[in-house]
Design a protein around this ligand. Structure first.
Ligand code: DX5
Ligand code: ZN
Length: 224
């Protein structure tokens, strides 16, 4: 039985009561809390930083999955690790020294991941697999919730799945494959079939009044 994880993105939650939103979505079955950090520089939008992460940490009884859409990344890695991040991912285009940034995350005691935009080549993973706990594939261009899933990213998920399976066979290490953007109850099964094991969903969950109903429906779709 495959282990699937659902990671609600609080980007689409009610910002006026984020603590309660985190609690509610965990009660509804969230496996991770996905925390989208945007800086109005790497992406054309601005969200929240380490202070908000630290304030939410007591509500987060599941791992906090921090997606950094910021440039540069290195200073914020330290701050988010102190603020309670469990997983930190960043975009390779936003780091001058990818290997160093990944090491900083590991040294801070967090799991590390790289995020590939829809047009970022998969080859960038080749020399860093030993440093990765997760690969995050964007299925929309980063910056906003509520966009539509880009269909050709399914092929990319398949090729990264193949790469990670080959790496696992040779190293014995499993690297998680997370997909982010436009995931809904009606496409999550196709994304899983392409090889993803971790699913970010923002508007699909927080856009509905009953979070549990959406998450249960996603799990039914994943069970086939
Ligand atoms: C986009 C963010 C996503 C976003 C997903 O830059 O990284 O995590 O919140 O939102 P939906 O699920 O609405 O596409
Ligand atoms: Zn994200």
């Amino acid at each position: 039985m495959k282990q699937f994880r659902i990671a609600p993105s609080i980007l689409s939650a009610d910002f006026a009561c984020l603590g309660q939103e985190v609690s509610r979505v965990i009660e509804a079955g969230a496996d991770l809390i996905h925390f989208d950090v945007m800086d109005n520089h790497y992406v054309p939008n601005l969200t929240f930083g380490p202070m908000v992460c630290a304030a939410l940490k007591p509500y987060a009884t599941v791992p906090v999955d921090v997606h950094l859409m910021v440039e540069p990344v290195d200073d914020l890695i330290q701050s988010f690790a102190k603020a309670g991040a469990d997983i930190i991912t960043f975009h390779p285009e936003a780091s001058r020294h990818i290997d160093r940034s990944l090491s900083l995350i590991a040294d801070a005691g967090c799991q590390a991941g790289l995020v590939l935009n829809p047009a970022t080549p998969v080859g960038i993973l080749a020399h860093v697999l030993d440093r990765l706990d997760m690969v995050l594939l964007m299925s929309v261009n980063p910056g906003f919730g509520g966009q539509s899933f880009i269909p050709h990213t399914l092929e990319k998920i398949r090729s990264v799945r193949k790469l990670l399976d080959e790496y696992e066979a040779q190293s014995g290490r499993r690297i998680a494959l997370e997909v982010d953007g436009g995931i809904k109850t009606d496409n999550i099964a196709a994304v899983a079939a392409a090889g993803a094991d971790t699913f970010v969903a923002g508007s699909a969950i927080f856009g509905q009044p009953d979070y549990r109903a959406v998450i249960n429906r996603m799990r039914e779709e994943l069970a086939g």
